[in-house]
Design a protein. Structure first.
Length: 68
């Protein structure tokens, strides 16, 4: 039985807390329907709009552990 690898050519990097910056992820979000769908799902699961922190202009807003 052959297993399909749909993630071929995709890398997911998690550099850790403290490496976040305002605007991160906005490129994929605005260019990819799939990225928008994932962000909307994350917002729903978290109960707050994570994208408002990520795409804002404040690095300080990204520092709290519950946001990072």
């Amino acid at each position: 039985m052959e297993v399909s690898n749909k993630m071929e050519g995709v890398a997911l990097l998690f550099p850790g807390q403290g490496s976040q910056q305002a605007g991160m992820g906005s490129g994929p979000f605005f260019r990819s329907k799939q990225a928008r769908s994932l962000m909307n799902r994350a917002n729903s699961l978290l109960g707050f709009d994570l994208s408002s922190f990520m795409f804002g202009d404040s690095n300080e807003a990204l520092r709290p552990t519950e946001i990072a």
